[in-house]
Every structure is written in C-alpha cells, then in structure tokens.
Design a protein. Structure first.
Length: 339
C-alpha cells in the first residue's frame, strides 16, 4: 500500500494530528531554501516521479523554497544508444566527446527538465527550468581522470564548480520553483559547455544559496556502516567521519556522500541522503522525527550529543538537532533574502 492510500484511510482526527505535529517544522523552515538533488529510481518510476513532484509542490506551498537539481545518466545512455553513439566510461566517469555533449545538453535540458517542470506545473504553474548555462549560474573547469596512475582525457567533463546564484534567487524572489539542469559553462573556454556531476552541482548550489538543507535522493536506505548489512545504516554522522569513509565507497555512493560533506564544509547546516524509492520520503524527512536515510552534520552537533566525534546517534535526539540546525538555517536564510 502506498503512503497516499494509507493517509486516505486515516480518520479526520488523525489527519489533523499529523498536521499539528508538522507545525513546528513548518515554522522552522519557513522562508528558507532547501536544495534537492533528484535522481535514481525517483526519476524513472512513474509513481515515484509523481510523488516527487507533489512533495516539491507541497514544500513550495507551505512557504519553503525548494530548488531542484537533476541529472539524467540513464536517459543520456538511452538516447546515445538510439543514436548509435557508443557510451564509454573511464574511472566511473562518462567520456564526453563534443557529439556526446550535444546529446547530454539535449537530454538534460530538453527532455528530463521539461518532464519534471511539466509534472510540477500540472497542479500549479510555478516551476521554471533553468540550465547551468543561463545567467552564468554554473561554471566549471575541465577535469581528467587517471587509470593506473596515468592521466586520461575524458572530454567535456567539469569539476571545481563555481556558482553565481543570482538567476536562481531571482526566480525564488518571484515565487517560482527553479529546476536546474547540470550543464555548466567552461570557465577556461567560455564558448564551450561541460557536463558536471549533479550531486556536486547540487552541493555547490546549496552552499552558494545559503540553503537550510541539502537533500540527496538515492536508491539505497542510506550509508551502511558494515556493507552489505542492511541493518547497519548510519542515521547520523559527523562530517569528519563521513569524509574519512569516502575512499571505501563505490562509484555510486561516493559522489553523494562527497556532496553532503562539501555542503557541510561550506556552511549548510545539514545534508541528508534519503531513499528515493519510498514515496514522499522527502516530506517524512523534513516534517517528522522518523529516522530516514543518513544525515551528515557538523562535528560539533554530533559531539554535543555525547557520543564522540562523528559517531552514529539514536533517533531520539533528532528533534533537538532539528531545533538547533533549523534555528541557524532560519537566520541564514532570512539574512540571504534581506541582502
């Protein structure tokens, strides 16, 4: 049974109680920015796509300012196959020739973004698509990778992302939901564009916007302390311990955890990897104290709970953390809008 159907079965008094319990979080995050990295199963499953669009619209309508950043790896690979262009990966990174870059640009901005904007706008026409090229939003430098210690050119792939958030802030100020595709201007060759990792772009944008939270949707329950034991999910982790774990993760999880680490190091109060396979997981994370995925926090917040630097914390202290981080986010968010 889906979460929506479960809610429909609740008595009116139970529904009212749910809303009352959400009220503290509505107050805490009102008028603050939440950056959401959209991808994985949530992007390819029809029910999950619709649930995601509903969640984003809900956040918007209760006074939170969502900014959606999306990738589109599976859709890019599918289009390359249709065009009979071979997809090549080196060191986990897509080799992006000029021909492949044309496809990346077309799919991200012309297909994936359009579909998501239309889903959100089906109920309220407030979402606006924007590319990293627009208004100089994203700039990046070309990167190489290495295999057996040898540098390998992987084409138009960017990293070291620089953000000019003005275009997104203008949309937020106009009451819109920005939906950002991750094509960046080449900082060294301004007439060219680069394909950048969507997790990294979402993290950089969250820092530049002074976001209250970064949410990264994944296809797993969370970060596992003892792979592959599903019962070893780390619910809360300090940024130092999280950074130390990066070297032991696979190519799917590593960029997501790295994005969370970079966000915290850049001043975002909390970054959260949540299971995008669950309908409405974003709303559960934002508006309840239920343990959901893995939350990365500044070491000081973890230490204050008395468990030692970077240790996993029990869910009972979630509300206390949310109070402290939300207070900080509210101050930062309001200062951002006042400036």
């Amino acid at each position: 049974m889906t979460l929506t159907k479960e809610v429909e079965r609740l008595k009116p008094s139970d529904k009212a109680e749910v809303l009352i319990q959400a009220l503290p979080w509505l107050r805490r995050f009102a008028n603050t920015i939440v950056v959401i990295k959209y991808g994985g199963n949530a992007m390819t499953s029809e029910p999950l796509r619709h649930a995601f669009a509903q969640d984003v619209l809900f956040l918007h309508q209760v006074g939170i300012k969502p900014v959606v950043v999306h990738g589109g790896g599976p859709q890019i690979s599918s289009m390359l196959a249709k065009l009979e262009i071979e997809a090549e990966f080196v060191g986990g990174l897509r080799v992006t020739t000029p021909a492949v870059m044309d496809v990346v640009r077309m799919v991200l901005t012309g297909q994936v973004q359009r579909e998501l904007v239309n889903l959100i706008n089906a109920e309220d026409a407030c979402a606006v698509g924007i590319s990293g090229e627009d208004g100089g939003l994203l700039r990046a430098h070309r990167r190489c990778t290495s295999v057996s210690g040898e540098p390998i050119d992987i084409g138009r792939v960017g990293d070291d992302i620089e953000v000019d958030p003005k275009a997104v802030l203008d949309l937020l100020d106009a009451g819109r939901i920005p939906v950002v595709s991750t094509v960046a201007v080449d900082a060294d060759e301004p007439g060219q564009v680069l394909n950048v990792n969507a997790d990294s772009a979402a993290s950089a944008l969250a820092v530049a916007l002074g976001a209250s939270k970064l949410l990264v949707l994944t296809d797993v329950e969370g970060l596992l302390g003892h792979w592959p034991d599903p019962e070893s999910v780390i619910r809360y982790i300090g940024v130092t311990r999280a950074e130390a774990m990066l070297g032991g993760l696979d190519s799917g999880m590593a960029p997501k955890l790295e994005a969370c680490v970079r966000a915290i190091q850049g001043g975002v109060p909390q970054a959260h990897m949540i299971d995008g396979r669950r309908e409405h997981s974003m709303l559960v994370e934002v508006f309840t104290t239920e343990d959901m995925g893995t939350m990365v926090l500044p070491d000081a917040l973890v230490d204050d709970a008395g468990t030692g630097a970077g240790e996993c914390l029990p869910g009972a202290v979630t509300a206390r953390w949310q109070d402290r981080t939300a207070d900080e986010a509210e101050r930062r968010g309001r200062a951002q809008w006042a400036s």
